[in-house]
Design a protein around this ligand. Structure first.
Ligand SMILES: NC(=O)c1ccc[n+]([C@@H]2O[C@H](COP(=O)([O-])OP(=O)(O)OC[C@H]3O[C@@H](n4cnc5c(N)ncnc54)[C@H](O)[C@@H]3O)[C@@H](O)[C@H]2O)c1
Length: 263
């Protein structure tokens, strides 16, 4: 079980975040080579420091909204001698990222087109560009799989009241992109089916990341499991989707949300 990913080379976008860094850790432990990527910055530096010296870890600066950079990413990895056969579209503008950057959370009526489009550019157009590059550089050349990351807020609406008085909020563009990304999955699943490539969506639930006790209480009431997820619990499901054991799955949406979507 532990070396489930031996022979797999996993490319991850947004890998320095809460879940991305858990995926990196879990994939390395399972025997994968990990080509991690993210925007440059403190979080990326921390990730690099954590895995420094591990032969199975490499890091690439990548803004998924930068078309030319995305067009070059697999070529950079190939030049370094690795061939990614698993790709994770994980990068996103999230509420916590915006809170960390000191962004205000305007109400819906005051949401600007700029804010909306910035989220679309990263969360949806970025995922499209990575998938398109995978189509150009990988699909059909050797077997591969793509996992797109959605959210419990892609197919179910948030209970807005739980965010009252909180320093972060759920925001409309986030939900729209997380619903849209599964559309990309099902479209690609059929498109790639004859070329030995599979594509699935994972929809994580609410992951604990130093939230206040009050927020934990409010959100946990909406979750069958009665608590938030640990990053490793999402990483375990992600590991399965990246493994040969998921070889007969394509076009699927896997909710890992403690039952949030099942009431
Ligand atoms: N944490 C949760 O509760 C939760 C729940 C559901 C879904 N998700 C999804 O899981 C994924 C990871 O979330 P997380 O909790 O680790 O969030 P996070 O905010 O900690 O990490 C997101 C990462 O994406 C990176 N990123 C942002 N813009 C980018 C860009 N233009 N190019 C490249 N990288 C960029 C950030 O630098 C960051 O490292 C996201 O797609 C998120 O929507 C998270």
């Amino acid at each position: 079980m532990d070396k489930q990913l031996t022979g797999r080379t996993v490319f991850i976008t947004g890998s320095a975040g809460v879940l991305g860094s858990a995926y990196v850790r879990r994939m390395l432990k399972a025997g994968a080579r990990v080509a991690a990527s993210d925007l440059p910055g403190d979080r990326a530096d921390t990730l690099k420091d954590t895995h420094q010296g591990n032969q199975n870890f490499r890091f690439y600066d990548l803004d998924v909204g930068d078309e030319a950079a995305v067009e070059d990413i697999f070529k950079r990895i190939f030049r370094d001698g690795w061939k990614p056969n698993v790709v994770l579209n994980n990068a996103a503008i999230t509420g916590e990222l915006l809170m960390g950057a000191g962004n205000p959370f305007p109400d819906f009526a005051n949401t600007s087109v700029n804010d909306w489009e910035r989220t679309l550019r990263t969360n949806l157009t970025g995922a499209f560009m990575v998938a398109r590059q995978m189509d150009r550089d990988i699909v059909g050349r050797y077997p591969a799989t793509l996992v797109n990351v959605a959210s419990m807020y892609g197919l179910n609406g948030p209970h807005h009241a739980i965010y009252e008085g909180m320093p972060f909020k759920s925001f409309s563009a986030y939900s729209a992109t997380k619903a849209g990304i599964h559309g990309l999955t099902v479209w690609l699943a059929g498109y790639w089916a004859q070329r030995d490539a599979t594509v699935n969506t994972i929809a994580p639930g609410a992951v604990f990341n130093e939230h206040s006790e009050e927020f934990q209480r409010r959100v946990s009431e909406l979750i069958m499991a009665g608590r938030m997820a640990k990053p490793d619990e999402i990483a375990d499901a992600m590991l399965f989707l990246c493994s040969p054991q998921a070889g007969y799955m394509t076009g699927q949406l896997v909710n890992v949300d403690g039952g949030f979507s099942a009431w």
